[in-house]
Write a protein that binds this ligand. Structure first.
Ligand code: ZN
Ligand code: ZN
Ligand code: FE
Length: 764
């Protein structure tokens, strides 16, 4: 920035700096207040719909110094996306002030996301001279709970859950005097005025030190509920196989991986391989669960993520979490999984835990600061040194994704599994927290309540509703009902198109592009179950060009639970029913196998599917890696984990019209099986084959259309082994590859595509 600052006769300069980015709820205004008053500047700072606006008046050299060194005076957790500078006439203003929030307009980001404890607060936690030493609720302007405790707007003490903890005199001084780092901190408290920790169990035990008892019980192998930021966790010692297995038994969750919380970064590195990018994610203010490649020597037991090569790890993100690991005899990692029965919403109160989940927990570490908005932990992986989100929730919500064009306020209801919905305002798309599988009644209720709260907090009233094309999704139902009640137009978008538009929108592209949309299932325009699609896609329209050849999905959705049925269907198509029965009869049971073959004859019970996700499932079942799934995608995940590093070759495949035929692929796989090739080799060759399918089909489409950009989305794009083969191959061949980096490629990111599609339709 080397604009001249003209000094007036008084020697003063004045300028307006407008900053966009992560500038709210990170202590931006107080930090600048301190920096600028120290330099003797006059002016003001305020939040506006355009971002933070700073007006500054001072001698020319000082204004220059501030502008040139702006990056050094902002808080560490702020992030500037855009900065504009405007020179003004000096007006002789005196003093510097923060213009309060009450005067702010309706559309600024009213609620910041929850932020992990900052370094300074953690230092105070262990500083015996500090009055907040050992205080588990320590926060400041740069860190602490936000969205999860917000009841209203603007985000200040009166409208968040800290409102019921009146400030003590000392805290009040820190809040109101700019020399303190908690100046204007809306969540500050201390041991004499803040929330209080307690331990509860059904036996009515009331220990002197709840934390000490918690640590002791965890060491002894107990399963405890621990109150977190957006809900309770179930915690146990991750190094004790019997404790983890007991948790699986009580929670009725036989295999779905558990997340871990590691004591610190060093402990993470013992559990798993941690790249620089992964370390940056782990230590970021969002503090998500990061999927890391497990070390063979990991101290965590096998039962935390059975059959998988990766393990989800996060760092303590509140002082309370961090204190769980204090003491030499604590394990380096705890299981920290959502406190619920499988697939139900995460518990919010100790009463709920003790009432409904008493058979799961041995006790509850809780406190009296209420959780207002339920918010699960976020999950992120790294691919190619960049984040690849799997679940975007705590720490990210409600920060918007910015579109490149304005649109009317919309509600996009998402899909069914991993549900997330979105509300838009102008260019901004506010994605909700993770809701989960809305076919579950409790989650459907969670959806309705979260929608009410989200719309109220963001002060958004949709003028149109967009949902999936699927006639039976609960979210389609909600959209129909809501649009009828509110008299709003309803729009429905095809699932796989919405996946690609989600990718286009976050990359700021309009298309047309080649869209590779691979996932488990989605409702197709022909009523079939799509999921292995090659589209020519723009935001507002698409054309389906190629897809995996249809096979019957025996028993419809039941084939998700029973991947052997998908194996049977694929083998029957490639090798004939007799051969299929010969291979799948023994693992399925001859009777079941014959019944499934009969079921396949009846189109009403076995919808045709082009699903890529179910194809991966089918191979996992044929190889005996996973014949019954206990969670969606388990067979495919375990197949990926089974792959050897470098496949020596791939299998053949072919085309018939628009259909991609895998007949030869299955024949070759069966030959490999008969020759006794190890599963690891077959799995790897198969992944390479699917990468070849992607490359070859994109080449065909490029020669037909001239398009050189490929957008990848859908749940299958969570498979980093597949991406690791396909993406470099596409790039080497001259394609530009667009991936999802801000929202998940799975159905957790589909509402962004729905919203962007509807905007494009309404604007076109
Ligand atoms: Zn802090
Ligand atoms: Zn206090
Ligand atoms: Fe999908």
């Amino acid at each position: 920035m080397d604009r001249p600052f003209t000094a007036t006769s008084s020697g003063l300069s004045r300028c307006r700096i407008t900053v966009r980015g992560r500038v709210q709820g990170v202590g931006f205004r107080p930090t600048l207040y301190r920096a600028l008053t120290e330099r003797g500047c006059a002016g003001s700072i305020r939040n506006t719909p355009e971002g933070v606006v700073l007006e500054l008046e001072a001698p020319r050299s000082i204004v220059r110094e501030v502008v040139d060194g702006f990056g050094d005076i902002i808080p560490a957790r702020a992030h500037i996306d855009e900065l504009t500078l405007q020179e003004l006439e000096p007006c002789g203003e005196e003093g510097f002030r923060i213009v309060p929030s009450a005067a702010e307009g309706r559309s600024l980001l009213p609620i910041p996301p929850d932020l992990a404890a900052c370094e300074e607060c953690l230092v105070e936690l262990r500083d015996t001279a500090d009055r907040r030493c050992g205080y588990p609720f320590n926060t400041c302007t740069a860190c602490g709970p936000r969205f999860s405790i917000a009841r209203g707007v603007p985000f200040d003490r009166q409208t968040n859950a800290m409102g019921s903890f009146p400030l003590c005199e000392q805290c009040r001084r820190e809040y109101s005097e700019p020399q303190y780092r908690r100046f204007h901190a809306q969540t500050l408290s201390c041991p004499s005025c803040g929330p209080v920790l307690s331990f509860r169990d059904t036996g009515g035990r009331e220990p002197d030190s709840p934390l000490e008892l918690t640590r002791r019980m965890l060491r002894e192998g107990a399963i405890l509920a621990v109150k977190g930021v957006g809900g309770f966790h179930l915690a146990c010692d991750a190094t004790r196989q019997e404790a983890v297995e007991e948790l699986r038994r009580r929670k009725r969750r036989p295999a779905k991986p558990f997340a871990l919380m590691a004591a610190d970064l060093a402990a993470c590195r013992h559990l798993a391989h941690v790249s620089e990018a992964e370390a940056a994610l782990l230590t970021s203010p969002q503090a998500p669960i990061v999927l890391l490649r497990r070390r063979a020597s990991s101290p965590a037991c096998e039962a935390v993520a059975p059959g998988l090569a990766h393990v989800g790890v996060m760092l303590p993100y509140t002082p309370l979490h961090s204190m769980l690991f204090d003491g030499d005899d604590m394990p380096p990692a705890l299981v920290m999984t959502s406190c619920n029965r499988s697939e139900e919403p995460i518990s919010l109160t100790a009463e709920h835990v003790l009432g409904e989940l008493a058979d799961i927990v041995d006790g509850v570490l809780t406190h009296d600061r209420p959780i207002v908005n339920r918010c699960d932990d976020s999950v992120v992986a790294c691919f190619d040194g960049q984040p690849l989100p799997m679940r975007r929730s705590r720490g990210y919500v409600p920060e918007p994704v910015i579109l490149d064009a304005d649109g009317p306020p919309l509600l996009a209801t998402g899909a069914m599994l991993k549900n997330v919905f979105a509300l838009t305002s102008g260019r901004r798309v506010f994605l909700s927290q993770h809701i989960g599988d809305v076919s579950d009644a409790d989650n459907a209720e969670h959806f309705a309540r979260a929608f009410d709260d989200f719309a109220r907090l963001l002060r958004l009233e949709p003028e149109a509703v967009v949902c999936d094309l699927h006639p039976d999704y609960p979210t389609t139902d909600f959209a129909r009902r809501y649009s009828r009640e509110q008299d709003l137009p309803l729009m429905q978008v095809q699932h796989h198109h919405a996946h690609i538009v989600s990718c286009l929108a976050e990359n700021g592209r309009d298309g047309p592009v080649i869209g590779v949309s691979w996932d488990g299932t989605g409702y197709g325009e022909d009523g079939a179950v799509w999921g292995g699609e090659f589209l020519i896609a723009e935001r507002h329209r698409f054309e389906r060009r190629h897809h995996l050849a249809y096979v019957p999905m025996p028993g419809g959705e039941q084939a998700v639970r029973h991947p052997t049925r998908m194996a049977l269907a694929h083998l029957a198509r490639a090798l004939g029913p007799e051969e299929a029965r010969g291979r799948m009869g023994p693992p399925m049971g001859e009777e079941m196998c014959a019944a499934a073959l009969r079921l396949m004859e009846r189109a009403g019970f076995s919808p045709p599917t082009s699903s890529a996700g179910r194809l991966f499932d089918a191979l996992a079942a044929l190889l005996g890696i996973r014949t019954e799934a206990t969670y969606e995608g388990q067979p495919a995940c375990e197949l990926e984990a089974a792959c050897e590093a470098e496949p020596d070759r791939s299998y053949p495949f072919g085309y018939e019209g628009d259909d991609i035929l895998l007949t030869e692929t299955w024949q070759a796989i069966c030959r490999d099986v008969d020759e006794g090739e190890p599963n690891s080799r077959i799995a790897a060759r198969f992944h390479r084959t699917m990468a070849d399918v992607m490359l070859e089909t994109c080449r065909r489409l490029r020669s037909e259309t001239g398009m050189e950009t490929v957008a990848l989305s859908g749940g299958v794009m969570q498979n980093r082994t597949l991406l690791g083969m396909a993406v470099p191959a596409l790039r080497e061949d001259g394609f530009e590859v667009l991936l999802q980096r801000l929202v998940p490629p799975n159905d957790g990111g589909i509402c962004l595509g729905q919203a962007a599609w509807a905007c494009a339709r309404l604007n076109s």
